[in-house]
Design a protein around this ligand. Structure first.
Ligand code: NAP
Length: 467
């Protein structure tokens, strides 16, 4: 968003971040093995395609470095207000402005407010008692204690709660070092191979020098892997059932023990939860010093984890790989709109925004990566770029005036999106971070991502009240 504002010649903007650096999830998540399971050549801005990726799938440090390069290339430093946490934003109808207040009490005003706080930045813990009683070391995967590199696990008995996309990345890194490691699995996941590898000097030379190569690769990954293969699993098509067979074969190939294989076989169709992509998760679980525990976690005790069958599992380190409070969009920022309604109040039964971007009664407020814009099959950077383009168009049209989406436009968008979501694999019977407590799917875009690009290409003036 900031780059596009600058590219359009707009200089009068600031970017707040509560932390002391930019980078979002790529700044926060520093667990061993952290990286992205979207291939490198797709996981970048279309206007800043990076030539120097070192591997097929980028690691966290490389992505953060890429983002820092973007900040300096587009001279964003002077716009950044780091270490500034916005607590409240209130629309002032008399002034036609947003008034913001940070946690230190400083106030700011802005004609337009764009929120890009993400969906996966507030850690969630298992809803079991006793966490505060544990006497060993414990941390969440998204708040990894830097005193715990893989080697530090030597001689430790480790308990990992959770088996999502984060756990599959760090468990293989620490398992070879730990004395014992127990993975507490509530549900098994479908996993497909990653085929990750480091680019050799010839490939890296080619990415730099062969015209069109990066663009072609990006297009193939986007179209063939994302929009066709992975999307088929979400759509539940015949091809999707083929992807499930491919995943089952990956399990058979990597896990020889039938009892362990049975534990790791999901009881829901592929695509219902996020598909995991890993070459080394199953081999880590098959190690002699690793156990997969499927009895539900009942309690954290001073000495480890107790499961519902009453067994105590002693541990010196507990790692909570239990994900994020992903359905509580924008929380805990208190945002109050034109009519005095708070956004959290409006969203108490589940967040919704027109195209995931605009909310009635909240003029000149735009969301990036808002409700119904997450993907399970392709790069969210593509979605965010679609949103940025759309917002830029509205900023241009609104000028110094106000723009607010109409209630009817949101109602029609939400009804259609929910109808489409109900036909996807996400709606099948499984738990996932895509669902609110009462099972409403609020995070994801139900169609292929290019359909979102099309939907955001035109600015439908009739859907907005002004200008
Ligand atoms: P997650 O996918 O939400 O996984 C949380 C895990 O904790 C699940 O296995 C869940 O079990 C488990 N859990 C929760 N409560 C539990 C309990 N009481 N007892 C036992 N297990 C419990 O979180 P995540 O792994 O941090 O990943 C979140 C998202 O971040 C991903 O889906 C992905 O979008 C993103 N991410 C992306 C990458 C990447 O490579 N691009 C890497 C990491 C993360 P259930 O499955 O039964 O609910």
């Amino acid at each position: 968003m900031a780059i596009n504002l600058r590219r359009s010649g707009i200089r009068d903007f600031v970017v707040f971040d509560k932390e002391s650096d930019i980078g979002g999830v790529w700044r926060d998540n520093v667990y061993p093995g952290c990286g992205c399971d979207v291939p490198s050549h797709l996981y970048s801005y279309s206007f800043a395609r990076y030539a120097d990726w070192t591997r097929a799938y980028p690691k966290q440090e490389e992505i953060l470095d890429y983002l820092h390069r973007c900040v300096s290339r587009w001279k964003l430093e002077s716009h950044l207000r780091l270490g500034t946490e916005i607590a409240e934003a209130r629309w002032r109808p008399q002034e036609g402005l947003w008034r913001l207040r940070d946690t230190a009490g400083t106030e700011y005003t802005a004609r337009t407010l764009v929120c890009g706080v993400g969906q996966l930045n507030r850690p969630r813990y298992a809803a079991v008692p006793g966490r505060e009683t544990f006497t060993g070391a414990q941390f969440h995967s998204a708040a990894w204690d830097p005193a715990w590199p893989p080697e530090a696990f030597a001689g430790q008995d480790v308990a990992v709660i959770g088996t999502g996309a984060s756990a599959v990345q760090f468990v293989p890194e620490i398992a070879p070092h730990a004395r014992s490691l127990k993975v507490f699995q509530r549900s098994a996941n479908w996993v497909i191979p990653k085929y990750d590898y480091a680019f050799g000097p010839a490939s890296r030379w080619a990415f730099r020098n062969v015209p069109g190569l990066r663009l072609a690769l990006r297009g193939i990954i986007y179209t063939v892997v994302g929009e066709t293969l992975l999307y088929s699993a979400i759509a539940g098509s015949a091809l999707g059932r083929g992807v499930q067979k491919f995943s089952a074969r990956h399990l058979r190939k990597q896990i020889a023990d039938p009892a362990l294989r049975a534990k790791l076989t999901p009881d829901f169709p592929i695509g219902c939860k996020r598909i995991l992509i890993s070459d080394d998760w199953y081999p880590a679980l098959a190690r002699d010093n690793v156990d997969v525990v499927t009895d539900p976690v009942a309690e954290i005790t001073p000495d480890g984890v107790r499961t519902a069958d009453g067994t105590d599992h002693p541990a010196t380190v507990v790692i909570h790989a239990t994900g994020f409070r992903a359905t509580e969009f924008l929380s805990p920022i208190e945002i109050t709109g034109r009519t005095g309604t708070r956004l959290a109040e409006r969203w108490k039964d589940g967040a919704s925004a027109y195209l995931g971007i605009a909310v009635p009664e909240f003029p000149n407020l735009f969301l990036l990566y808002g409700p119904t814009t997450n993907l399970g099959h392709n790069s969210v950077v593509y979605m965010i770029e679609s949103q940025v383009r759309y917002i830029m168009r509205w900023l241009e049209a609104a000028g110094s005036g106000q723009v607010e989406v109409a209630e009817e436009a949101l109602a029609a968008y939400t009804a259609n999106t929910q109808r489409l979501l109900s036909r996807t694999a996400w709606a099948a019977g499984c738990t996932s971070w895509y669902k609110t407590a009462d099972g409403r799917l609020v995070n994801n875009w139900p169609r292929r991502s290019f359909r979102y690009r099309l939907a955001t290409t035109r600015r439908r003036a009739r859907d907005f009240l002004t200008p």
